[in-house]
Design a protein around this ligand. Sequence first.
Ligand SMILES: [Zn+2]
Ligand SMILES: [Zn+2]
Length: 141
Amino acid sequence: MRFCPSCRNWVAGRPVYCSNCGRTWNYRICPRGHLNPPDANYCSTCGSLDLSSCSGMEPWFSRLAGFVSKTLPKVILIGFTVLILLNLSQRSFENLVGFVIVVGILVIGYSLLPRGIKRVLGWVWVMGRKRINSRGQNARR
Ligand SMILES: [Zn+2]
Ligand SMILES: [Zn+2]
């Protein structure tokens, strides 16, 4: 779902162009698909004059809807996996509820983080994995 601030319609999926008014979100886009700022008159990559009209920045609730529709299947999948694991280890239902709440808070917290912090976290994750990998190789030697 994507909300177009220009024609005030919800469009299904995550389309590049609004199916009601043909405008784009956040960028003006040329026929070759290059992204340009909303105040651009020409495409900065290919010089095309034929830029799409921009309906403005995508509103936060529209971005949230996109985020939820993207992450919800993963959360459900993780939830089911946890459910099965908990059933296998025969733990109590309270543990499951607590775990779901913790995962929910983590997911929401992560979605609220600014992009810069996400990049740092991603970098830390990659570095940590590299370190684990190199440790594994040392152990094999
Ligand atoms: Zn529209
Ligand atoms: Zn272009």
